[in-house]
Every structure is written in structure tokens, then in C-alpha cells.
Design a protein around this ligand. Structure first.
Ligand code: NDP
Ligand code: 2IT
Length: 445
């Protein structure tokens, strides 16, 4: 980093000690937008970097609830309203034991530029709790969600801040939170949350959108080389919402996904993933990946090592941050991998990204490749505002168009700044400049 940018980054480190994931996300953006900063010195003059790394507002609150045995539990709730330059704060809620301020801030920071890349009117935010729904009964999840929303409700609204799902938050959790919000407000504000059920304001394709979008992005990258996903062996990590629908779209496009994983291990199914079985195990039964292997002859569960040890043509990390490190990247490269499209947020460590870029393979960062989820959330908000509902084909065509546009703006920005094919620079520069220009238009706020 050049000196002026380095000293702003040092300030971020000083003001936010003990937040390694947030530091990592800021560093990646700062490093890759340098060419844009050189061209437009007004960004530094207007202190855009200092302002965009300081959230508009950081909310942390107690979430008390009573478990099935009658014991009082206390969790911590978060909502980071990071940037409202482009629209209402928008971003998911993550419920997982390891959730802390650093993780929510990295996610909120990424969300600003991701949402900007979609070209739609959304600011950036993120929230969640260190509550983990795994192993909890529906009644416990409901009581937790009601308590969480009792505090969150005062901060959100269809034109203020619109949460959605992320790890540990799916249709069930959104339903319980929406019910409590409606009860507190006595107002049917469908647009206050996205990822809703289809019967009460949800959008077709929202469930599929992130995974589909990640694969569509990979397909667009391959098209720049005159190639496609047809016949390619695909490695997927995770076995949740993003992973399942990445597998589905990859299969639709003629590829063969052969892996998925959860925190207990990874599954290799050389014959190709049986998607109906995977959906039954994960979506219906809320089971573990081992339950799939028990019912699928030929599939094996591996509990040591990493899913990235398996050779394949395309890698789609769809689990969590920093799940793919430098060693894993080199193993993937040796196994012949030529395309990485990130379904998760920041799944590749900086060493992994460097290895992919050095090798010159097609690498799409999450803020571009997984933007289909939040983009379809914006489509859900649009339908809620118009009190209307689109069919699947209409919503999917819009998602496909948005992913193509994001791909093309990354390509154009990478070319503009002299590094053709660098999707990291492309995504960060295109996402950042839109936000920065609007921040300048809004004055010092
Ligand atoms: P889910 O909760 O549906 O699934 C998460 C999956 O990843 C599970 O299989 C889970 O395994 C696994 N996983 C999570 N954390 C870890 C970990 N620390 N180590 C190993 N495995 C882990 O979440 P999503 O599919 O919605 O989210 C996956 C990723 O995609 C996240 O990074 C999220 O931020 C990102 N994302 C999600 C979007 C969405 O619309 N849902 C949009 C854009 C990005 P286990 O069951 O064992 O916990
Ligand atoms: O990381 C993400 O983009 C999401 N979890 C989806 C956010 C949203 O508001 O749909």
C-alpha cells in the first residue's frame, strides 16, 4: 500500500483492535482499489476511506431467552448499520456460536461493495448472534428469534434497514422474526425482511439465488475463454443454502459436482451428488452429511484433511470465511483446478487468493460471485413494495441479467485500471467507486 493509504489502514487497526476478519476485509479492499485512488485524488481529500470503514452505527444488545429445560440463556445480538450511501442498510443475519463483532463487521463491510456492484439501491449492513440453532428445538429457536427481534425491531424498517438470512438463518428463523416484528408494530411491513416464505411475501428464486448466481458467475468467466461448465468436475464445500443451489445450477449447466461438506467432514460422491437426497437430509431432516453417505452407495465421508484435497476443474467454496488457505489453494491448482467462484463471504485467505492470481486462473471474489442472493432480496423488496409477485422464470431471468452485469462491470473495471482478468481489482474498484462518488455527492456525513 502506498503511504497515505497505509496510514489510514494503520488507523483502522488502532481503532478496532482484536478484529482480524474486519482487518483482512479492509486490507483487501484498500490494496485493490489503489489504481482508482490514484486516478481520483478527491477520494482521499474527502476522507472516503476513513468514513467508509467507520460504520454509521453499531448496535449490540442482550438476547435473553428460556430453553426447553427452563434454564435462562443469554446471547449477544449485533446489527452493524455500515453504510446508507446507496439505500437502506441491507444484509443478512448470522446465527452461529463463533459470531463476534469482528465477523459481523467484516461481513457488513463486504456487503457495502457487494450491494453496490448489483447496481441496485441498497446500503450495507450485517447482524446476527452467537446463538447456534444446531440441536435446538423449533420452540427454542422461536423463543430466541422473538427475543432477538424484540430489540432489533426498533432499529429496522422497509426503508431503514432490511435484514435477511445468512449462516444459521433460513426460512424458519425469518418466519419467527417476521411474526414478532409484525406483532410489535401492528403493521404488515413485508419489506422489512427478505428470504420470507412464498405464502407471506417471499420471492421465488430467493432460496436458489446465491448458489445459482455463484455458478452463473463461473459460467460467465469461462465464457471469456470460450469455455463452459459442460462436463467439468465441480468441488463444492458447505451443505447449506448456498452449496445446495450451487450444486443444482452446476448440474443444470452440465457439470458434475462431486463434493460437499459440513463442520463434521466432507463427502466425495464420484458418481455426482444425488441432489434430491442431499435436500432431504439437509433441508427436510436438518441432518448431517454422514446421513447422506449412509443412504448413498459409493459415496464416502472423509473426516480429516480438506475438501480441497479432491482433484477437480472448478471449486465453489460455499461454507464460511477462511475455509480455503494457501496450502489448499496450491493443492487445488496441482489437482487441475482452473476456476474458483466464491459462494461464501471471504472463504479464501489472502495467501490463497495470491496463489490463484499468480497461477492466472479464473478467480471470482465473493462480493461479486455471491451477490445474486442480496440482488434477489432487492427483487423481493421490489415485489413487496408493488404488492405483486413474479413467476419463477421472471425472477430467474432478472437474476441472470444482474449476474451478467456484475461480471461485465468487473471485467470493464479490471481493464480500465490496467489489469485485465483481475476480478478482485474489478469487483473492488467497481463496487467502491460507485459508493465513493455518492458519498461525495452527499457531502460530509
Ligand atoms: P447455511 O447455514 O445454510 O449453511 C452453512 C454451511 O456451511 C453448513 O453446511 C455448515 O456446516 C457449513 N459451515 C459453516 N461454518 C462452518 C465452519 N466454520 N466450518 C465448516 N463448515 C462450516 O449458510 P449459507 O449457505 O446461507 O451460507 C454459506 C456462506 O455463504 C456463508 O459464508 C454466507 O455468509 C455466504 N452467503 C450466503 C448468502 C445467502 O443468501 N444465504 C448470500 C451470500 C453469501 P454445519 O451445518 O456443520 O454448521
Ligand atoms: O452475504 C449476503 O449477501 C447475504 N447473506 C444475503 C443478504 C441479503 O440481504 O439477502
Amino acid at each position: 500500500m502506498r503511504e497515505a493509504v497505509q496510514s489510514i489502514y494503520d488507523g483502522v487497526l488502532d481503532r478496532n483492535p482484536g478484529q482480524p476478519e474486519f482487518h483482512q476485509a479492509v486490507k483487501e479492499v484498500f490494496e485493490s482499489i489503489e489504481p482508482a485512488l490514484e486516478r481520483k485524488p478527491e477520494y482521499l481529500d474527502a476522507a472516503i476511506l476513513e468514513r467508509v470503514t467507520e460504520p454509521d452505527r453499531q448496535i449490540m444488545f442482550r438476547v435473553p431467552w428460556v430453553d426447553d429445560s427452563g434454564k435462562v440463556q443469554v446471547n449477544r445480538g449485533f446489527r452493524i448499520e455500515f453504510s446508507s450511501a446507496l439505500g437502506p442498510y441491507k444484509g443478512g443475519l448470522r446465527f452461529r456460536e463463533n459470531v463476534n463483532l469482528s465477523i459481523i463487521k467484516f461481513l457488513g463491510f463486504e456487503q457495502i461493495f457487494k450491494n453496490s456492484l448489483t447496481g441496485l439501491a441498497m446500503g450495507g449492513g450485517k447482524g446476527g448472534s452467537d446463538f447456534d440453532p444446531h440441536g435446538r428445538s423449533d420452540a427454542e429457536v422461536m423463543r430466541f428469534c422473538q427475543s432477538f427481534m424484540t430489540e432489533l425491531a426498533r432499529h429496522i424498517g422497509p426503508s431503514t434497514d432490511v435484514p435477511a438470512g445468512d449462516i444459521g438463518v433460513g426460512g424458519r428463523e425469518i418466519g419467527y422474526m417476521f411474526g414478532q416484528y409484525k406483532r410489535l408494530r401492528n403493521s404488515y411491513d413485508a419489506g422489512v425482511l427478505t428470504g420470507k416464505g412464498l405464502a407471506w411475501g417471499g420471492s421465488l428464486v430467493r432460496t436458489e439465488a446465491t448458489g445459482y448466481g455463484t455458478v452463473l458467475f463461473a459460467q460467465s468467466m469461462l465464457a471469456t475463454k470460450g469455455e463452459s461448465l459442460e462436463g467439468k468436475k465441480v468441488l463444492v464445500s458447505g451443505a447449506g443454502n448456498v452449496a445446495i443451489y450451487a450444486i443444482e445450477k452446476a448440474q443444470q449447466l452440465g457439470a458434475t459436482p462431486i463434493t460437499f461438506s459440513d463442520s463434521s467432514g466432507y463427502v466425495v460422491d464420484e458418481a455426482g451428488v444425488d441432489l434430491e437426497l442431499l435436500k432431504q437430509v439437509k433441508e427436510v431432516e436438518r441432518g448431517r452429511v454422514a446421513d447422506y453417505v449412509e443412504r448413498r452407495p459409493g459415496a464416502r465421508l472423509v473426516t480429516g484433511g480438506s475438501v480441497w484435497d479432491v482433484p477437480g476443474d472448478v471449486a465453489l467454496p460455499c461454507a464460511t470465511q477462511n475455509e480455503l488457505d494457501g496450502d489448499a489453494a496450491n493443492t487445488l491448482l496441482r489437482g487441475g483446478c482452473g476456476v474458483v467462484s466464491e459462494g461464501a463471504n471471504m472463504p479464501s485467505t489472502p495467501e490463497a487468493v495470491e496463489a490463484f492470481q499468480k497461477a492466472g486462473i479464473l478467480f471470482a471474489p465473493g462480493k461479486a460471485a455471491n451477490a445474486g442472493g442480496v440482488a434477489t432480496s432487492a427483487l423481493e423488496m421490489e415485489q413487496n413494495a408493488g404488492r405483486t409477485r413474479w413467476d419463477f422464470a421472471t425472477a430467474e431471468a432478472k437474476l441472470t441479467g444482474i449476474m451478467t452485469d456484475i461480471h461485465d462491470s468487473c471485467v470493464a473495471a479490471a481493464e480500465e485500471y490496467g489489469r485485465p482478468g483481475d476480478y478482485v481489482l474489478g469487483a473492488n474498484a467497481a463496487g467502491f467507486t460507485r459508493v465513493a462518488d455518492v458519498m461525495i455527492a452527499h457531502g460530509i456525513v
